[in-house]
Design a protein around this ligand. Structure first.
Ligand code: ADP
Ligand code: MG
Length: 679
């Protein structure tokens, strides 16, 4: 073939047709209207038109991109000579290379090649001017020397270009020089691509001109560009032999503006619809959540709703209401909180597990940090990276002070605004949050209310739709069943009860259900209203309430109801949904110490879970047991009842009930059958 590469690109631009229309001639003629000099070319088109040219472009991108740029100019001279003259150079931007290399695999063999990598933007610098043509004035004769700039460092002229001058001293003229916008972003492996237990890899990408500001931290992008190496450190002693890889971007495509769509085949859809007809589907779904963890049915039910989520609403005045649910688990160490969180992060589409401190400098939200070179960069934290997914935050009580401030906005408005060091940005954080917190005193103290128990302000607590307290209380029957469960887990390597829906099917079911737009029926909404009004009427008096009953709780009820309707693949929220959700909310409110029959904070409920007169009797029995322990060490249950009858006139039935209460509260336990001991 004797045609020059430039001519071949020109042929392509001139004659590539889609549906009888010259696709690129058309695009070129539209460039002036949008006042841009970048032409976006689908790489597949080039492959189908001239595969050899496409291959050369991948192998020698620097050279061939230049040919293509010139071809665009040549074509522009035909389409719009005036714009061609005015603009001088055009840029070809290629999108969607067939070969996608994961960030993890980018290595020295890719140097100098054109390639497409996918990742998530974790940090971005400010947009800065980047010099492309530097002007220098000769100190002796005043002649202006202009130099095209290539490579990483600015280059000055060696000597004056005027014949006979030969001066080697110049002044840099910043006003006469030509700049374009530039920005650097850091691309990191997407959390879901990360092999378990590995640190994410990252690569810096330079964006020039119209590409700068094309992507923000938290965006998922695929970047086409040339891989380059930058020398790591140049010191006085010389240059290191190691290089850092970075990429000069040619095209940036921001993807995943919508929720991840999991591929569902027609057969699978059939199966899902079949499942939804099962009257026991709700139970089966709950049983499929973390089957290896024993008990915690209420928490699992809540987690199920978190996975389905409610319907986000955009009101005509521009206000949005989140549909995502936030759940907090507070509890004693060793109650499987971390395990539940990790399970959720695994099963949820786009799940992310992090600890309160966050794994990067940006922590949970976002931070502006100073670079080595002195510039400021905006770095995305876990909630930004988990945008449109589920973020599981373990040990949330240990988050950084900065996050404590910023997380308020993230949890309600689902954005993170930052204005610091010259960077002003609002990042998306549309996450469902499931968080776990340990009690400040090591163990949950039932004699204190929740905000005294954990190191989190009420303003954050009230942004959780549901809060559960997980207490580790010795209780013979559950202990024995739980130990049976855990031991058989270790022996058989599976849960004794098989999950009715395996994780894969569960994920598909959820993904299918999430598309359903549900609305409240009249009956359901009046049910919710009645409950809310009842709670409100009491909470006015309770200024010391650990959780203020606010319209947030009402919105939480609606979200939960919508999620429950989705679990049945229904588009209407029914009264049953409303009742089931009110029950769940009641459990949660009681956990934090609110008496749901009055909506008032019930000191007795917080203290003991029971009314005062009974509390007195409990103390009496506990004291009595302490007394007997002094004599015999371990107390015989039968003897205890006898003594109580004799000395306090308590029926055996009543005494038994009280002892059971004490056992539930963890005041006493049974070291063996028929024996009682204080903890
Ligand atoms: P936490 O984060 O609440 O301190 P972990 O999640 O680390 O506790 O759990 C500690 C261990 O106890 C885990 O190995 C977990 O599997 C086990 N465990 C605790 N409670 C249960 C339970 N109800 N069912 C099964 N395993 C449990
Ligand atoms: Mg833990």
């Amino acid at each position: 073939m004797s045609e020059s590469p430039e001519q071949r690109f020109l042929n392509f631009l001139k004659s590539f047709k889609v549906a009888e229309k010259e696709k690129y001639r058309q695009r070129i003629s539209q460039l002036s209207a949008s006042n841009t000099r970048a032409l976006i070319i689908d790489f597949e088109d080039l492959i189908s038109f001239d595969p050899l040219l496409a291959r050369d472009l991948i192998e020698k991108p620097e050279e061939y991109l230049e040919y293509c740029n010139r071809a665009i100019w040549a074509q522009m001279k035909i389409e719009d000579p005036e714009y061609a003259e005015r603009t001088k150079t055009f840029i070809a931007r290629f999108r969607g290379l067939p070969e996608r290399v994961s960030l993890r695999e980018v290595g020295s063999e890719h140097l100098g090649r054109l390639m497409t990598v996918e990742g998530i933007v974790v940090r971005a610098t400010q947009v800065k001017p980047y010099i492309v043509k530097a002007a220098f004035e000769c100190r002796r004769c005043g002649v202006m020397v202009r130099l095209d700039q290539k490579g990483l460092f600015m280059r000055g002229p060696a000597s004056c270009t005027r014949p006979g001058c030969k001066s080697r001293f110049f002044d840099f003229k910043e006003k006469e020089s030509i700049y374009i916008n530039s920005q650097e972003i850091r691309l990191q492996e997407r959390p879901e691509d990360l092999p378990p237990g590995q640190l994410p890899r990252s690569m810096d990408v330079r964006l020039l001109e119209d590409l700068s500001d094309a992507a923000r931290p938290g965006d998922r992008v695929s970047v086409t560009g040339i891989v380059r190496a930058e020398q790591e450190y140049i010191g006085r002693k010389g240059r290191l032999r190691t290089f850092n890889l970075y990429m000069d971007a040619n095209h940036v495509q921001v993807s995943g503006k919508e929720v991840e769509v999991i591929e569902i085949t027609p057969e699978e859809e059939q199966k899902i619809l079949e499942l939804a007809k099962d009257p026991w589907i709700h139970r089966k779904l709950i049983m499929s959540i973390a089957p290896s963890i024993y008990g915690y049915d209420d928490m699992k039910e809540a987690i199920l709703y978190l996975l389905f989520g409610g319907v986000p609403k955009k009101l005509p005045d521009g206000i949005t209401i989140r549909g995502d649910l936030n759940i907090l688990l507070v509890g004693d160490p060793g109650t499987a909180k971390s395990q539940l969180l990790q399970y959720v992060a695994r099963v949820a589409p786009r799940g992310l597990y992090t600890s309160g401190r966050g794994s990067t400098a940006a922590g949970l939200t976002a931070a502006v940090v100073r670079e080595k070179t002195g510039g400021m960069v905006l770095e995305a934290g876990a909630l930004v990276l988990g945008d449109r997914g589920v973020c599981a935050i373990d040990e949330i009580d240990k988050m950084r002070p900065d996050d404590r401030v910023a997380i308020h906005e993230a949890m309600e408005q689902q954005t993170i605004s930052i204005a610091k060091g010259g960077i002003v940005a609002t990042l998306n954080a549309r996450d469902s949050i499931i968080a776990a917190a340990n009690p400040a005193l090591g163990r949950y103290d039932p004699y204190r209310n929740i905000s005294e128990n954990i190191n989190l302000p009420v303003t954050i607590l009230s942004r959780f739709d549901l809060i559960f307290v997980m207490r580790d209380v010795p209780e013979r029957e559950t202990d024995s069943r739980m130990s049976e469960h855990i031991l058989s887990l270790h022996r058989l390597r599976t849960a004794p009860e098989v999950a009715p829906l395996p994780p894969d099917l569960l994920r598909k079911y959820i993904s299918y259900a999430k598309k359903i737009e549900t609305t409240l029926s009249d009956e359901a909404s009046s049910e919710l209203r009645d409950f809310y009004l009842k709670m409100r009427s009491g909470s006015g008096a309770a200024t010391d309430s650990p959780i203020a009953i606010t319209p947030r709780q009402l919105e939480a009820l609606v979200r939960l109801c919508e999620a429950r309707a989705r679990a049945f693949l229904r588009n209407k929220v029914t009264v049953e949904d409303a009742r089931a959700i009110i029950r769940l909310m009641t459990v949660s409110l009681q956990d934090v110490g609110i008496d749901t029959s009055t909506g008032r904070i019930d000191i007795d409920v917080i203290m003991t879970g029971i009314p005062r007169s009974q509390a007195d009797r409990l103390r009496e029995v506990a004291d009595f047991i302490a007394e007997m322990e002094k004599e015999s060490g371990v107390v015989d249950e039968a003897k205890l009842y006898e003594a109580l009858q004799e000395k306090k006139g308590m029926s055996e039935e009543h005494a038994k009930a009280l002892v059971n209460r004490l056992r539930q509260q963890g005041v006493v336990y049974s070291p063996e059958d028929g024996k009682i001991k204080r903890t």
